[in-house]
Design a protein around this ligand. Structure first.
Ligand SMILES: Cc1cc2nc3c(=O)[nH]c(=O)nc-3n(C[C@H](O)[C@H](O)[C@H](O)COP(=O)(O)OP(=O)(O)OC[C@H]3O[C@@H](n4cnc5c(N)ncnc54)[C@H](O)[C@@H]3O)c2cc1C
Length: 380
C-alpha cells in the first residue's frame, strides 16, 4: 500500500491549483453576483489538459484516470466550487459515452470536450422525479431510423451552454420500469430542443443550470448509448463513478474553509488573546481537520479502486455522503469562527457556506446515498 502521490500526480496537483488561482481569482465575485458562466475559463482549462482528464489519451483526454480527476477536482474546488464546475462538469454525461458508447460516438463526442471546445450535459432529472430515477417520463419513440423525443428535464448543469446532452428516455414502455430506459445523445441545437436558464441559486452561481424541453426532437437511432433498455442500470453505474467527484469537490471546499479559518483565528484577538488560543476554537478546527482527513481517505480509496478496475460502489456513495456532510460542517464552522465577519462578503466563507449545500443535494441527495449504503449493509 502506498499513500504517496507519484511525481506526475504532484505536478498535476500543483498545475491545477496554480491554474485555479490564476484563472479564477478575478472572476469569483462577478460570477457569483451576476450568475455568470465564463466559457473562456473552460477553454483555457481544455488547453491545459484539465477538462475530461480522466478520459484516455486515445479519445483526447489526459489519461489521468479517476485519481487524476480527483486531484484536479480537489485543487480547483479549493479556490472556487462554481468555477471549478465550469471545468470539471464540462464533460458531465461523457462518462456514459466513454463507458457504453460505440467507437464512433467516443471519437466524435469526447475529443472536442477534452479540448475545451464543446460542453456536454447529463440530462436525467425531471420536474416531477429526481431521486426516483425510475419515475422519469421523457419518451423516445422509434420513427423510421430515428427516435422522436418528447419530455422535460430539470436542474440540468450546462443546460443552456452545452453542445450535446446524454438524456435518459423511456424507449421500451412495455418492459418493467428498470428495463424501459435508454440513454440517448441529443445535440443541443436539434430542432425542438429548448433550454431555459434557472436563476436565483443559493450557491455555485458561476455554474450554469437550466431546464430543457424536448418537443418532437428527432435524433438518429445511432445516438443510442449502449443497448436499448439498459439506461437505468447504466445511469446507476454512472453515478457510482461520478459520486466520487462530489466527494473531491467537498474535500477541496472543506480544505479551503479550514485553511482560511486557521489564518483568521491567528490574527483575530478576543479577550486579549488570539482566538486560536482558546480550546473551543481548537475543537472546531480539530473537528474540521479530522473530518477532512477521513474524507480524503474515502475519496482517494474509492478512486484508487475504480482505477484498479475493482470499484466499490458503496464506498463511492460513502464518499459522496460524507463529503456533503463534511463540506457543510466545515463551511458552517468557518462562518462561526469568523463571527460577524463570516456573514459578510469581506471574507469568502459566506460564499463557501452557500456553495457547500449543493454537495448534499445533487447527484443523489444524502438520503439517496443512505438508501444505497443501507441496502448494501442489509444485504450483508
Ligand atoms: C444546482 C443543481 C445542479 C444539478 N445538476 C444536475 C444535472 O446536471 N443533471 C441532472 O440530471 N440533475 C441535476 N440536478 C438535479 C439533482 O440531482 C436533483 O435535484 C436531486 O437528485 C434531487 O431530486 P429532486 O430535486 O427531484 O428532489 P426529490 O427527489 O423530490 O426529493 C425531495 C426530498 O425528498 C427526499 N426523498 C426522496 N425520496 C425519498 C425516500 N424514498 N425516503 C426518504 N426521503 C426521500 C430527498 O432526499 C429530498 O430530501 C441538479 C440540481 C441542482 C440543484
Amino acid at each position: 500500500m502506498d499513500f504517496e502521490f507519484t511525481e506526475e500526480q504532484k505536478m498535476l496537483r500543483d498545475m491545477a491549483y496554480r491554474f485555479a488561482q490564476t484563472e479564477f481569482a478575478s472572476f469569483v465575485k462577478e460570477c457569483d453576483e451576476e450568475e455568470k458562466y465564463i466559457p473562456e475559463i473552460r477553454k483555457k482549462a481544455g488547453e491545459n489538459g484539465l477538462v475530461g482528464a480522466w478520459i484516455s489519451e486515445e479519445y483526447g483526454g489526459a489519461g489521468a484516470g479517476s485519481i487524476g480527476n480527483v486531484i484536479i477536482t480537489e485543487e480547483l474546488s479549493k479556490v472556487d466550487l462554481g468555477l471549478a464546475l465550469n471545468v470539471t462538469a464540462a464533460s458531465f454525461g461523457c462518462e456514459a459515452i466513454y463507458q457504453y458508447g460505440s467507437e464512433e460516438q467516443k471519437k466524435q463526442y469526447l475529443p472536442p470536450v477534452c479540448r475545451g471546445e464543446q460542453v456536454s450535459a447529463g440530462a436525467f432529472t425531471e420536474p416531477n422525479a429526481g431521486t426516483d430515477a425510475a419515475g422519469y417520463k421523457t419518451r423516445a419513440v422509434k420513427d423510421g431510423n430515428d427516435y422522436l423525443i418528447n419530455g422535460n428535464k430539470m436542474f440540468i448543469t450546462n443546460a443552456t451552454v452545452c453542445d450535446f446532452m446524454v438524456a435518459q428516455c423511456i424507449t421500451n414502455p412495455e418492459q418493467k420500469k428498470h428495463n424501459s430506459f435508454s440513454l440517448i445523445i441529443v445535440p443541443a441545437h436539434a430542432k425542438g430542443v429548448t433550454t431555459n436558464k434557472i436563476h436565483g441559486k443559493m450557491g455555485i452561481r458561476a455554474s450554469n443550470t437550466g431546464e430543457i424541453a424536448f418537443e418532437d426532437v428527432r435524433v438518429p437511432q445511432s445516438n443510442l448509448v449502449g443497448k436499448e433498455g439498459n439506461g437505468f442500470r447504466q445511469l446507476m453505474h454512472f453515478f457510482d463513478t461520478t459520486r466520487i467527484m462530489i466527494g473531491a469537490q467537498a474535500l477541496g471546499l472543506s480544505e479551503a474553509c479550514l485553511e482560511t479559518s486557521i489564518k483568521y483565528v491567528k490574527e483575530r484577538t478576543v479577550f486579549g488573546a488570539p482566538l486560536g488560543s482558546f480550546q473551543l476554537t481548537q475543537l472546531k478546527l480539530t473537528e474540521m481537520a479530522v473530518k477532512i482527513e477521513a474524507l480524503r481517505g474515502l475519496v482517494y480509496r474509492a478512486a484508487w479502486l475504480l482505477d484498479g478496475k475493482n470499484p466499490d460502489y458503496t464506498l463511492s456513495a460513502m464518499a459522496k455522503y460524507f463529503g456533503g456532510e463534511t463540506a457543510v460542517f466545515c463551511a458552517n464552522a468557518a462562518v462561526e469562527l469568523h463571527g460577524g465577519y463570516g456573514y459578510i462578503d469581506e471574507y469568502p466563507v459566506q460564499k463557501w457556506y452557500r456553495d457547500a449545500k449543493i454537495l448534499e443535494l445533487y447527484e443523489g441527495t444524502k438520503e439517496a446515498e443512505v438508501m444505497t449504503i443501507g441496502r448494501v449493509l442489509q444485504a450483508g
